[in-house]
Unconditional design. Structure first.
Length: 361
């Protein structure tokens, strides 16, 4: 099998998840990992399992012969890194959220088109068997016309919010916040499932834990949301409620998707169970594709993502070989549609009013 050489920018999710996931895939060779802020090289080697670690991502792009670059840094650095990779003639997979705002997205798309290379967004959750089953059911029209979608998530992270720093994820000027981190996934999935985009939104972006006081006396002041509530509507007429709470005191994270149609109702629980009710009949559990098991020796943090990530990498490899994008991969146009929703939600929260999502679809 042909191997594609990959360079990964970022020693957080990039080193801990992208690197071990891609290193074990027979279609990829992780040539190098680069830190963003000249972090500890040994820590990066231990996290990624990759020996070749740079402290300057620009040097990595200059010195390594790469087919693909994974950009997994703080969001405020995405545009610069993506543009630099395209100028070197390299395909790009960018972590979500794609950029700080849609103006940056447009510049990234221009550079992609100049380079004639692939620009993809890492929405690996699309490939989870439960989510692909939702896509299949909606595409087949089994629910009829969609009336309303309710999508809720809660994380048992209260203790972590009060005891641990969030770093750039807690800072608005660096692109932090749960709207971008998780809301981008939820928005992308809604657009993908329903083949429609948001038309308007009314949003709240609270910071339930604005200050974290560490034992060493350092106080972290958060400026980015740790929760969101969005009420909106799609271009196809469906209404939507999106909600995430991270400051929950309980033992487990929970996800719940409900899709209400004229011919039936669908429920997805925790990304691993799909229930379907046709007409007024009782809910029945739908059979899903079997889960993929991570190979032994894969770091625990990466193994948690294996079920969807491995399928996404298969689709990525197929795309690089054929030149035809796999239909389930998210590209920069999908990223732009999502970014417009994030931008509109932030304006809505700031102004306290309903905001039109401009330019969608």
């Amino acid at each position: 099998m042909k191997k594609f050489r990959v360079g990964i920018i970022g020693t957080g999710f990039g080193a801990k998840v992208h690197a071990p996931m891609m290193a074990q895939h027979e279609g990829f060779e992780v040539a190098a990992v680069s830190s963003v802020s000249r972090g500890n090289i040994e820590e990066a080697r231990n996290a990624s399992g990759i020996e070749n670690v740079y402290t300057d991502w620009r040097q990595m792009l200059e010195e390594e012969a790469l087919d693909l670059v994974v950009v997994s840094s703080a969001v405020n650095l995405h545009k610069e890194m993506v543009v630099a990779a395209f100028k070197k003639g390299i395909h790009v997979v960018c972590e979500k959220p794609m950029a700080m705002d849609v103006a940056e997205v447009e510049k990234m798309i221009v550079e992609r088109d100049k380079a004639g290379k692939l620009g993809l967004i890492n929405h690996e959750f699309r490939f989870l068997p439960a989510r692909t089953k939702v896509k299949e059911i909606l595409e087949n029209g089994q629910l009829g016309d969609i009336l309303h979608v309710r999508y809720l998530c809660s994380f048992a992270s209260y203790n972590g919010l009060v005891s641990k720093p969030r770093g750039w994820l807690g800072q608005e000027d660096k692109g932090g916040g749960m709207l971008g981190a998780i809301g981008s996934h939820m928005t992308d999935s809604l657009h993908w499932w329903l083949d429609s985009t948001f038309k308007q939104v009314f949003a709240q972006l609270p910071i339930h834990v604005p200050i974290q006081a560490a034992d060493n006396g350092h106080t972290e002041h958060r400026t980015a949301d740790d929760a969101f509530q969005i009420i909106g509507s799609l271009e196809n007429g469906a209404t939507v409620t999106l909600e995430l709470l991270s400051a929950a005191r309980k033992t487990e994270n929970t996800w719940r998707l409900e899709v209400f149609g004229t011919e039936g109702t669908l429920v997805m629980l925790d990304d691993n169970k799909v229930l379907l009710s046709a007409g007024n009949s009782p809910f029945e559990e739908v059979e899903l594709a079997r889960d993929l098991q991570a190979p032994s020796g894969m770091p625990e943090v990466a193994a948690r993502y294996y079920n969807g990530f491995q399928r996404a990498l298969n689709a990525l490899h197929e795309t690089l070989l054929s030149g035809e994008k796999h239909p389930y991969l998210a590209d920069f146009e999908h990223g732009r549609s999502t970014q417009k929703v994030l931008d509109a939600a932030r304006i809505s929260a700031r102004e306290g009013q309903k905001v039109e999502v401009k330019g969608n679809p």
